[in-house]
Design a protein around this ligand. Structure first.
Ligand code: MTE
Ligand code: MO
Length: 255
């Protein structure tokens, strides 16, 4: 990695300086990535750049409310290796937890502390599907499809964060149709990366656009980097690592 040289008046050539800068960059990176920190955040700190605090959890979709009965629903989990269907009873046997998470919409509203009262860590689902031979070791993108035909795509490394969950209860009751009945919550990505009425997930090696992505919305959509729109100058799907600002000029390495 090229040495960091920010201020020409300060000699930053020593390894101590470089290490210190890297450490601070990592701290900043953790903050930007929304990793939980021991520090108490004020409400203000929880609103990503360009967004504002909305008192209510608003509803935003393309207006379709497909009938979806959870008891008979199953999630199709697919890859090049085949597909399996997983029902809600099977999910509940894998372990149910609760998730409280902020929800940020790219149209600039943020709802704080949304309480998903039945949630399954996405990592647990992946383990389960790996045991069933569905998850290729080299998958790179998760493609989610809703029963209304809505599609969205997100990078593997964002799905692998511990706060990512599949959810099917809100505030102690089934998720109402307007909030999508069953969906994957990825708190540090914009809400459009969470397909409501989730019907199918695919572990894909190659990137492909979903609904909003096709219209110029970002491949990843990290709220802390304000990744709202694709950068026409960069084919971001070719990146090996995703750390860094949206202009790609700060590619931090993990230690
Ligand atoms: N199936 C489906 N999922 C969807 C959408 C949609 O139109 N259809 N809209 C997305 C967008 S743009 C946002 S911001 C969130 C909004 O979720 P909410 O209505 O529960 O607030 O859902 C996302 N998931
Ligand atoms: Mo949205």
């Amino acid at each position: 990695m090229a040495p960091v040289q920010t201020d020409p008046a300060i000699d930053l050539s020593s390894s101590k300086a470089q290490n210190e800068i890297r450490k601070k960059q990592r701290l900043l990176q953790n903050h930007l990535d929304g990793k939980p920190s021991s520090r108490k955040h004020s409400t203000e700190d929880r609103i990503p750049p360009g967004n504002h605090h909305s008192r209510s959890f608003q509803v935003l979709d393309l207006g379709h409310r497909p009938a979806l009965d959870l008891a008979s629903w199953s999630l199709t989990c697919a890859s090049g290796a085949g597909e399996v269907a997983v029902g809600v009873r099977e999910l509940e046997q894998l372990g149910v937890v609760q998730l409280e998470a902020d929800f940020h919409c790219v149209t600039t509203w943020s709802a704080l502390s949304v309480k998903w009262t039945k949630a399954l860590p996405f990592s647990t689902l992946v383990q389960h599907l790996t045991a069933r031979g569905i998850v290729p070791s080299d998958w790179q993108w998760l493609v989610q499809t809703g029963r209304d035909g809505y599609v969205t795509v997100a990078p593997r490394e964002d799905l692998e964060r511990e706060e990512v969950h599949l959810v099917w209860e809100l505030d102690g009751a089934p998720i109402p149709p307007e909030h999508g009945i069953v969906r994957i919550i990825i708190p540090h990505l914009y809400g459009w990366k969470s397909a409501k009425f989730l019907q199918r997930i695919e572990f894909a090696r190659e990137y492909r656009d979903g609904f909003w992505e096709k219209l110029g919305y970002h491949e990843r959509g990290n709220v802390w980097f304000e990744e709202r729109f694709k950068d026409p100058n960069e084919d971001i799907t070719k990146r090996k690592r995703w750390g860094g600002a949206r202009d790609g000029t700060h590619e931090f390495e993990e230690s």
